[in-house]
Design a binder for this molecule. Structure first.
Ligand code: GTP
Ligand code: MG
Length: 199
């Protein structure tokens, strides 16, 4: 699946313009700049598939990528929530779009909620976890940019995140740790998706 050729499939600026449901979708959610688009590029091995930027607010639509032929698998890049260098009204409309999408999409099989390993869980993340608790979709937390923190700080943030997760029994208890820069955690994340496809 991840050795094949991933391609852009669809972009939705609004909940009214989603592609027809088909197969399985896996979505990546997280605060602006947390590394959602970079993670999709690292997973698929295609730099430049998803557009990235050091400026928060790069991804402004729900972007669907299609896996290799007949795999029936899509990855969904999403706008970020929280602070972005974009007008407040825009950020608010992205946030509404994200929550609507996460609540009502039966082809959505898994959501990865990305958390910056340097900053940990914020209130805006907890809002998204609440939305996910109400939807039937399984979700898991992924720490990103692990290359940017020292081991002791990383361990402390993993422990804090796991503790916070105890209040969210709908979530996977295990927290994945990744770096799109070094490739750390990519085999584990790919394996988790392969298991999902096999279910
Ligand atoms: P928005 O679309 O704006 O919400 O951002 P995003 O979550 O898609 O983040 P994006 O992938 O665009 O990455 C934001 C910045 O973080 C870019 O400058 C990336 O190069 C950087 N970045 C992403 N992942 C990593 C990582 O694992 N390690 C390091 N050091 N930098 C990273
Ligand atoms: Mg992005």
């Amino acid at each position: 699946l991840f050795a094949g050729d991933w391609q852009f499939f669809w972009a939705s600026p609004s909940i009214e313009s989603l592609p027809p449901m088909a197969g399985m979708e896996v979505a990546f959610a997280g605060r602006s700049n947390v590394g959602k688009s970079s993670l999709i590029n690292a997973l698929t091995g295609r730099n430049g598939l998803a557009r990235t930027s050091h400026t928060p607010g790069r991804t402004q639509e729900l972007i669907f990528f299609e896996g290799p032929e007949n795999a029936g698998f899509r990855l969904v890049d999403m706008p970020g929530y929280g602070y972005a260098s974009a007008p407040k009204a825009k950020v608010a409309s992205w946030t509404a779009l994200i929550h609507k999408f996460l609540q009502g999409r039966s082809s959505l099989a898994r959501v990865y909620v990305l958390i910056d390993a340097r900053h940990g869980l914020k209130d805006v993340d907890l809002d998204v976890l609440k939305t996910l608790d109400k939807s039937a979709v399984s979700y898991q937390l992924v720490l990103t940019k692990a290359d940017q923190v020292k081991r002791t700080e990383l361990d402390a943030n993993i422990a804090a995140t796991a503790t916070a997760l105890a209040k969210h029994p709908a979530a996977f208890p295990e927290v994945l740790v990744t770096s799109s820069r070094t490739g750390a955690g990519m085999p584990e994340l790919r394996a988790a998706m392969m298991r999902l496809l096999g279910e």
